[in-house]
Design a protein around this ligand. Structure first.
Ligand code: B12
Length: 219
């Protein structure tokens, strides 16, 4: 995640508002930044991700401040909806993608960003939510005719499940479906270690990979 030194000055007020859990102030600051011409991508990667990474010590196995984290989470969600409003035109010809956080992992802020970014780029995205069993993931992939499966993972305990996804897809004849992983717990691994096609650094890196994949630049 972005460290303090990488944060542009322009984003400090937004990060402070997010960390205060003040979603009205965060929204106002987001609108101001957009009007000033700051790209949504920068607001997400240098603003939202930085704010959340500063919550690290309030959300560990040893110490856990639920109320504070949830308030920040609510502010992050409000900013994401502002940046990527629902109801955007979508072009189903670009293909269908399935996105989920696997069973045992309830983190979904990153997954929601990935979904909105991809919808904004014109993909049809089927969101299976968080805490999703692999069987549900495979069934939805087949039912929806998805070309790719996107998995978000924030806790390390989820890694063995991620490694089972491709085998489960193949067992149902879905050999051509590619798998992309992302999120703090998964991006520490190489794609081969997780048995996935690609591990994304952030939502935009993932979207660029998908674009290259669909355009045939990646075999
Ligand atoms: C917010 C938060 C929570 C919230 C989640 C709210 C929600 N609705 O999501 C709550 C309070 C519920 C929570 C609970 C817990 N949490 Co927590 N949480 C966090 C925290 C502070 C921020 C995570 C976050 O939202 N980041 C912001 C988003 C925007 O970033 P992101 O997910 O990485 O997503 C970006 C990219 O990675 C990418 N991306 C993400 N997924 C994908 C997928 C694809 C396909 C692609 C292309 C891209 C992509 O797109 C996004 C934008 O670029 C992290 C700390 C951290 N530094 O990550 C701990 C953290 C993840 N939590 C942790 C822990 C331990 C827990 C608990 C076990 C605590 C407890 N004692 O119960 C529980 C887990 C419960 C469970 N079974 O899942 C640990 C995990 C440690 C580990 N390695 O396993 C962390 C790392 C904190 C720490 N330092 O210890 N948590």
């Amino acid at each position: 995640m972005a460290g303090t030194s990488a944060v542009p000055d322009a984003l400090r007020a937004l990060i402070d508002a997010l960390l205060d859990g003040d979603h009205a102030a965060a929204l106002a600051e987001t609108r101001r930044l957009r009007q000033a011409g700051l790209p949504a991508e920068t607001i997400v990667t240098a603003g939202l991700e930085t704010a959340m990474s500063r919550l690290d010590d309030k959300c560990t196995v040893e110490s856990f401040n639920l109320l504070e984290i949830m308030l920040v989470g609510r502010a992050v969600s409000a900013v994401v909806r502002e940046l990527y409003p629902e109801g955007l035109p979508r072009d189903d010809r670009r293909g269908t993608l399935v996105v989920a956080t696997l069973e045992g992992d309830v983190h979904d802020l990153g997954k929601n960003i990935v979904k909105m970014v991809l919808i904004g780029k014109g993909y049809r995205v089927v969101d299976l939510g968080r805490d999703c069993p692999i069987d549900t993931l495979v069934a939805a992939t087949a039912r929806e005719g998805a070309r790719g499966v996107l998995i978000s993972g924030l806790i390390s305990t989820i890694v063995p499940q991620v490694r089972r996804v491709r085998t489960a897809l193949r067992a149902h004849g879905l050999d051509a479906v590619w798998v992309v992983a992302g999120g703090a717990a998964l991006k520490q691994f190489a794609a081969a270690e997780l048995d996935v096609d690609y591990v994304a650094e952030n939502a935009f890196d993932g979207a660029r990979y998908i674009e290259r994949r669909l355009e045939g630049e990646v075999p």
